[in-house]
Design a protein around this ligand. Structure first.
Ligand SMILES: Nc1ncnc2c1ncn2[C@@H]1O[C@H](COP(=O)(O)OP(=O)(O)OP(=O)(O)O)[C@@H](O)[C@H]1O
Ligand SMILES: *[C@@H]1O[C@H](CO)[C@@H](O)[C@H](O)[C@H]1NC(C)=O
Ligand SMILES: *[C@@H]1O[C@H](CO)[C@@H](O)[C@H](O)[C@H]1NC(C)=O
Ligand SMILES: *[C@@H]1O[C@H](CO)[C@@H](O)[C@H](O)[C@H]1NC(C)=O
Ligand SMILES: *[C@@H]1O[C@H](CO)[C@@H](O)[C@H](O)[C@H]1NC(C)=O
Length: 317
């Protein structure tokens, strides 16, 4: 089977500063680092580790569909060497007249742990026609599609196409950016929906429970709804059994917040892994508990390396 994730791939430049600067202030950063970002690439990076850890799940192949700059540009080459062969990039869309990747400039404040992000992206977004082409090349081999939901109008058309042509595919979507209209329409068509705290708050919900309960009347085709709430953990609802579960954020002895970039993406990787590889074996609270643990471990370290250890500590409990 194959999971296909559709979303943007960014190159992140992270400046660590002692505190968040005021406007027009001058400040010296204590370190600079560059890494590949973007929600779907982050999720795939973590998912790939979890799958590699579990040999019987080896046959789940992972595909990224992202719009990238020219195939021979430095950014595209770096993205390829970071991902292949574990995550296939054969279906990425290369814009040959663009050389700069989508870029994020992140200021990470050491005093508060906050991350402030400024984006630049000159790559024309994927069109519905491009997606249909790729979906037909992938064919029925692709069994799960996960959408970041960047351009909701196009994404909705893509989902409707999949529903009509490949009835057995499962579809998950991320409902994240509060100011982006059309995300709720995506939730209405998806099997699994991931709501962010910022979207929930932007839409007037005060708790993850409130978001999930109200949204379960909207996302009528979904079997699972999740809403993350930062350091307050996450809520998930199985719509069939109508069971809603809260799970607190992970915290171990000496737990410290080091880097929250991609916490939500890591949470999604945890749920997707649980659904794909532990569908019957883990109940909902175990699936949610695992995703929180995985995301919590990510928050307590720099980057995404070595997160499959979450499986070991989870199993031994
Ligand atoms: N301070 C924290 N301590 C422990 N766990 C955390 C903390 N912050 C986030 N998490 C974990 O990460 C999950 C997702 O966090 P959050 O809701 O902040 O995602 P997000 O804002 O979408 O992240 P991003 O956009 O950076 O990927 C939470 O459900 C929780 O499990
Ligand atoms: C993996 O796939 C190959 C061929 O695609 C098959 O021969 C093999 O049995 C599969 N392994 C598992 C563990 O399912
Ligand atoms: C690249 O080409 C596309 C059309 O193929 C066009 O829409 C876009 O504006 C061009 N971008 C640049 C930077 O020239
Ligand atoms: C691998 O995944 C299967 C479910 O797909 C599970 O039953 C098994 O325990 C896992 N094995 C390891 C070593 O994690
Ligand atoms: C899920 O399984 C765990 C471990 O077996 C158990 O403690 C827990 O009560 C179960 N939760 C639900 C909601 O069934």
């Amino acid at each position: 089977m194959s999971l296909v994730a559709i979303g943007a791939c960014y190159v992140d430049t992270i400046l660590t500063t002692p505190y968040y600067p005021g406007e027009d202030e001058k400040l010296r950063a204590s370190s600079i680092s560059r890494r590949r970002g973007g929600n779907c690439p982050n999720t795939l990076e973590v998912l790939q580790q979890l799958i590699a850890h579990n040999l019987s799940a080896e046959n789940i192949s992972l595909d990224l569909i992202a719009v990238l700059p020219a195939k021979l540009s430095i950014a595209s080459q770096q993205i390829q060497s970071a991902f292949e062969p574990h995550v296939r990039l054969a279906h990425c869309i290369y814009r040959e007249n663009v050389t700069e990747p989508a870029s994020s400039y992140i200021i990470k404040s050491q005093s508060s742990g906050s991350r402030t992000i400024v984006n630049y992206n000159a790559l024309p977004e994927m069109t519905e026609k491009e997606f249909i082409n790729i979906a037909d090349r992938l064919g029925p081999r692709a069994s799960w599609f996960h959408f970041e939901g960047r351009t909701p109008g196009v994404t909705l058309s893509c989902i409707l196409y999949l529903r009509q042509k490949y009835q057995s595919v499962k579809i998950s979507v991320e409902v994240e950016k509060p100011g982006r209209p059309g995300l709720q329409e995506l939730a209405e068509e998806a099997d699994v929906v991931f709501y962010s705290k910022s979207w929930a708050e932007g839409n007037g919900y005060h708790t993850p429970e409130e978001c999930i309960l109200q949204q379960s009347a909207v996302a009528r085709k979904a079997s699972l709804l999740c809403c993350t709430w930062g350091q307050d953990g996450a809520v998930a609802r199985d719509t069939k059994s109508q069971v809603t579960i809260y799970s607190p954020a992970y915290s171990a002895e000496g737990f410290q917040v080091v880097d929250t970039i991609g916490a939500g993406d890591t949470f999604i990787a945890g749920i997707l892994y649980a659904l794909l590889c532990r569908g019957d074996e883990w109940n909902l609270s175990q699936k949610l508990g695992f995703a929180n643990r995985l995301a919590g471990m990510k928050v307590s370290q720099e980057g995404f390396a070595g997160l499959a250890r979450a499986l070991e500590s989870f199993q031994s409990e």
